[in-house]
Design a protein. Structure first.
Length: 315
């Protein structure tokens, strides 16, 4: 369930555009007004505001926001103002174009595994329109080895999304996964094929068979070498396919509690999940940490960035 709160009745896009213009005028930007409007509009409404603003003032609202805001607040608002498909296409492009030797595969895994087949296809279409490349070819250029095989297969698959399962197949593929893990053949083509092509319902059945037959979960079997990049990617793939709310809760916990504040991860999770399942993630966070996510975020952030994130969290 989404945490985003939209007022009723909602002002018209023209009214919102005019209010934003007023917030930008004068000696300084009225950030509170900007947050009160944009942090309480859904993707379709934000798009209408962008169109109204450009029609009224012959100016791109996104560029105006970039010139008016700064720091982590500006970065998070930049992510938020776009709709989901465009935002995630930009996120993938930003990640694969980073100067560091190896990009972080987690954002790519999240988009490929948490999204529905239709949502992933929409991201890939936007990506091609914006950058004149496919997601697959850019991911293939930036990653190597077995990690590249996994990621290219994940972004290139249109999974079946139905709920039917084949129990015999689940048992057979649980054994295939176990044999590969026992032999330390983590990049085996069967492992990648199973994880990247099977429906989420079928994978859940396979992972349940694995636990029943071998007395542990697939992820725990992969935990022995958690620093290995392929191990980490496989574990993230399994978590995002089977328990996305638990996966995102752990990301947030690590971002704001365990290892100091990681604003990039904090922004990515809250912005991307606010219109989808952030309320559920909040509930998981409270159960696991005995502290509300809003309190944890408020403690580790400040000023307009804090106010914006708390608004997306439902405050």
């Amino acid at each position: 369930m989404a945490s985003l709160k939209v007022p009723y009745p909602v002002p018209s896009p023209t009214e919102d555009a005019e209010s934003l213009r007023k917030a930008f005028e004068g000696w300084g930007t009225d950030e509170k007004s900007v947050i009160s409007i944009l942090a309480h509009r859904d993707a379709a409404q934000r798009m209408q505001i962008r169109l109204a603003y450009e029609e009224l003032y012959q100016q791109d609202l996104i560029k105006r926001l970039e010139s008016e805001l700064s720091g982590h607040f500006e970065k998070s608002m930049y992510r938020w103002i776009y709709g989901p498909a465009e935002r995630e296409a930009i996120l993938v492009y930003t990640e694969v174009r980073k100067a560091n030797p190896t990009p972080d595969p987690r954002p790519i895994i999240e988009i490929a595994c948490v999204s529905s087949p239709e949502e992933l296809l929409a991201v890939k279409k936007v990506y091609q329109l914006r950058y004149k490349h496919s997601v697959e070819e850019d991911v293939a250029v930036r990653f190597t080895g077995d990690l590249r095989k996994l990621l290219v297969a994940l972004v290139g698959t249109y999974r079946y999304s139905g709920g039917e399962i084949d129990t015999r197949l689940a048992h057979a593929e649980a054994k295939a996964l176990h044999d590969a893990i026992e032999e330390k053949a983590f990049g085996h083509e069967e492992v990648i094929r199973i994880l990247t092509t099977r429906s989420k319902a079928q994978l859940n059945a396979t992972f349940n068979c694995y636990k029943d037959e071998y007395g542990t979960t697939v992820n725990k079997s992969l935990s022995a070498d958690s620093e290995n990049e392929l191990f980490s990617a496989l574990r993230a793939t399994i978590r995002t396919l089977t328990s996305p709310s638990k996966y995102f809760e752990k990301l947030l916990r690590n971002a704001i509690i365990n290892h100091g504040t990681d604003e990039g991860t904090l922004t990515r999770v809250i912005v991307s999940r606010a219109e989808k399942d952030l309320q559920e993630i909040k509930e998981v966070f409270f159960k696991r940490n005995n502290v509300p996510l809003t309190h944890a975020v408020a403690k580790e952030t400040s000023r307009d960035y804090k106010a914006f994130l708390l608004a997306l969290l439902g405050n």
